[in-house]
Design a protein around this ligand. Structure first.
Ligand SMILES: CC(C)(COP(=O)(O)OP(=O)(O)OC[C@H]1O[C@@H](n2cnc3c(N)ncnc32)[C@H](O)[C@@H]1OP(=O)(O)O)[C@@H](O)C(=O)NCCC(=O)NCCS
Ligand SMILES: [Zn+2]
Length: 256
């Protein structure tokens, strides 16, 4: 028995994959509702991102719970609307109950974050060189806008998506999603270490830890964990796991 009452620092594993890894073997891992949703996507790229993300989430939860990926269930919770189809933040249930995940996909990136305990939010965004004016007023607070307005032209889009990924990672960690309002939370500027400056509203969490992740030059990514920091983060490439989803990947995919 330990004598210290200091809790162990939180830990989060982040796995990245490419949508090109989509395969019939991965589709077999999905449940009926996931397969139905998969079939409804019109664009093959959306289908592939969805299949890889959901197969990966199942494989990681199965590795954590030591069960078959098809035994994992996800409860979806939306606290905002009464749309009959289940949607919202996925929470592992069944054998993987007690684990927390967050799924994200954009362009050529699919990411899944997994933690034992504290809620997590992961967001990746491909930097799009487009007219950002409408998005800026939708997503940024006055102070954040002022920082972006002072940036050089070529820094505007990367800076905006740094803001967006940080704020959306936070709103995904609490489960509010965009309905929580991107302007309810204010974060540090793109050239500063990721930090929450303020968070308004009843859903603002007591504890939160935020970091940027490197997802390649054309992307911005962030991870939020509802825990006191510092949180240890281990980043992994999921390619081998997705190429042989039925193989036992030697040592368990992550330590816990
Ligand atoms: C879903 C959302 C949180 C993230 O969207 P995004 O940046 O476009 O997409 P990402 O790839 O980063 O994240 C999508 C994943 O977030 C997860 N997610 C969905 N709602 C979530 C929520 N409220 N909180 C946390 N995670 C959520 C899902 O796993 C989803 O993956 P899936 O679509 O493959 O099942 C955001 O778009 C949102 O809040 N949308 C709600 C708008 C809406 O449909 N409102 C009506 C119903 S309330
Ligand atoms: Zn809803």
């Amino acid at each position: 028995m330990g004598v210290s009452s200091t809790p162990a620092p939180a830990h989060c594993d982040v796995w990245w994959a490419a949508p090109a890894l989509a395969s019939p073997a991965l589709l077999e891992l999905l449940d009926d509702a996931e397969r139905a949703r998969h079939a409804r996507f019109r664009l093959p790229a959306d289908r592939d991102r969805y299949a890889v993300a959901h197969a990966l989430a199942r494989l990681l939860c199965a590795g954590a719970a030591d069960c078959d990926p098809r035994e994992v269930t996800f409860l979806l919770h939306c606290g905002h609307c009464d749309r009959p189809e289940p949607h919202g933040k996925p929470r592992p249930a069944g054998p993987a109950a007690g684990w927390e995940i967050s799924i994200t996909h954009s362009g050529e990136r699919v990411g899944v974050a997994v933690s034992r305990g504290p809620a997590v939010g992961l967001d990746v965004e491909r930097i799009a060189e487009r007219d950002l004016d409408g998005l800026v007023s939708y997503a940024l607070t006055e102070r954040e806008r002022a920082v972006l307005d002072a940036a050089a032209d070529h820094e505007r889009a990367p800076g905006f998506f740094t803001y967006w990924s940080r704020k959306e990672a936070l709103l995904k960690a609490t489960g509010q999603g965009l309905s929580g309002g991107l302007t309810s939370v204010e974060v540090s500027g793109p050239h500063e270490a990721a930090a929450v400056l303020s968070w308004r509203g009843p859903a603002a969490p007591e504890r939160v830890w935020l970091t940027d992740l490197d997802a390649g030059g054309d992307y911005r990514a962030a991870l939020a964990v509802l825990a006191d920091g510092p949180v240890t983060v281990a980043v992994h490439d999921a390619s081998a796991l997705l190429r042989s989803p039925h193989g036992r990947p030697g040592p368990r995919p992550f330590a816990h």
